[in-house]
Design a protein around this ligand. Structure first.
Ligand SMILES: C[S@@+](CC[C@H](N)C(=O)[O-])C[C@H]1O[C@@H](n2cnc3c(N)ncnc32)[C@H](O)[C@@H]1O
Length: 419
């Protein structure tokens, strides 16, 4: 895209709107596009890419620009990360800015402290240093600065993966089967998949491959009683329903009416008829009592820091803090305890997050097991192998990483109730 003075102003206005981060960046960007409804698809794409690019490199950009204004952040980003040269920029900027850009071009990223090179807040580096070497933290941080690929899931109730791959090829959309999930497809680039006939007819859904694998760990069977305790807009619910061949009963619980409402159009497209969305007040909701001890399989996709999804949501680095993680841990423990209470003897529960912090993952599960001797761990590698899914570096727990699996950083543990 050729940068004109109008486009530069728009980009700066978008960054100014998003940067205080009073809401999630994608929500603020959607509002910005509503306020500028005449913008074409290409301009929107370019603005979104730059805004997220700036959030992904914000620590270094702020280091370059000091107490940076939106304009300085944009100029620093364009020159340092978009390869724009001074000749192209010069007609659009002031004399003093030209001098400043010459100075910041000379600053070396390799000489910066770890938190800047990894693009992690210092508190997060400190937490990660308890478990990883600095080199690992740097590689993880660098991977999380890249945009995530677009993964879709084939709805096995309505289509086969080969059929969808053939249809995509006909439409000249480059795609390949995901390496681990048997129902996943990874698309090259970012075509507008939500206007595609395959999407509108319910044959495909957008879902990260890591998220798909959690469904295969729970492996619900047709005819069973299943609960998706934190169903949200149903990313995992829809996969669970398809694995059940739309037979049996699948409750989709969540405290957020808005999220459950977003499940409805997806449910309609999916062709599934065994899903029952229900809002609950909290994990202590009286509605849950009648299901205690009756459920075959429970998915707990717990509310978490989301730090394993920084490729998609880089703004979480400023929206989470050590305090918010302490709060989340309490919630995760309470939800896991309440959800486990629904299981019948022999029943299976998957506890999952998209966090890369053991505080929200292993530590929650280990604390739960120490207080609930009637539950034991099933090994994730064995459960996946039973479904012919072979994941490197998986053992007792599933710990996916964008670094090794090109998925979001999902964690999962599988528990079984004995009595
Ligand atoms: C990680 S998200 C779920 C994403 C969803 N499973 C998916 O695959 O799209 C966590 C969800 O937990 C919900 N939640 C928060 N507190 C809860 C509670 N006490 N009981 C049930 N759900 C809760 C949030 O509203 C949010 O939708």
């Amino acid at each position: 895209m050729r940068l004109t003075p109008e486009r530069l102003d728009l980009l700066i206005a978008a960054v100014r709107k998003i940067l205080p981060l009073q809401a999630p960046a994608d929500v603020l960007l959607r509002q910005f596009f509503q306020d500028h409804h005449k913008l074409g698809q290409n301009d929107r794409g370019t603005i979104a890419e730059a805004v997220f690019g700036i959030l992904r490199r914000r620590f270094f950009l702020e280091k370059l620009a000091g107490k940076a204004t939106a304009r300085e952040l944009v100029l620093a980003y364009l020159t340092r990360f978009q390869g724009m040269n001074l000749r192209e920029l010069a007609p659009l900027i002031r004399e003093t800015e030209i001098k400043w850009i010459q100075q910041i071009k000379a600053v070396k990223l390799e000489e910066q402290p770890l938190s800047i090179r990894a693009e992690f807040p210092e508190w997060l580096v400190e937490k990660l240093q308890k478990y990883h070497s600095d080199e690992e933290i740097l590689r993880l941080g660098q991977t999380l600065q890249q945009p995530a690929p677009l993964d879709i899931r084939v709805n096995s109730l309505l289509a086969k993966r080969e059929e969808v791959l053939a249809a995509l090829e006909q439409q000249e959309i480059e795609a390949q089967p995901t390496p681990f999930s048997p129902v996943g497809i990874r698309i090259t680039g970012k075509p507008a998949i939500n206007r595609n006939a395959l999407f509108l007819s319910g044959k495909i859904e957008v879902q990260d491959e890591g998220s798909q694998l959690l469904g295969f760990l729970l492996a619900p069977k047709r005819g069973e009683m299943v609960v998706d305790f934190c169903a949200g807009a149903g990313g995992k619910t829809l996969l669970l329903g398809a694995l059940m061949h739309s037979r049996g009963r699948l409750y989709a619980f969540d405290v957020s009416e808005k999220r459950l409402n977003n499940l409805k159009p997806r449910l309609k497209r999916s062709g599934l008829s065994n899903i029952h969305p229900q809002r609950i007040d909290s994990e202590r909701d009286a509605k849950l009592k009648r299901l205690a001890g009756k459920i075959d399989r429970v998915m707990v996709d717990a509310p978490c820091s989301g730090l394993g999804t920084l490729r998609r949501n880089p703004d979480l680095k400023w929206r989470q803090s050590p305090e918010s993680i302490d709060e989340l841990q309490k919630k995760q423990m309470a939800i896991l305890t309440a959800a486990a209470n629904l299981l019948k003897p022999g029943g299976r529960l998957v506890y999952a997050t998209c966090s890369l912090l053991p505080e929200e993952n292993q530590q929650i599960v280990e604390h739960f097991l120490a207080n609930h001797p009637q539950f034991s761990i099933l090994h994730c590698d064995e459960l996946l192998a039973q479904q012919k899914i072979h994941l490197p570096d998986t053992g007792k727990f599933l710990q996916l990483s964008p670094l090794y699996h090109n998925t979001d950083s999902f964690f999962a543990a599988v528990l079984e109730r004995s009595v």
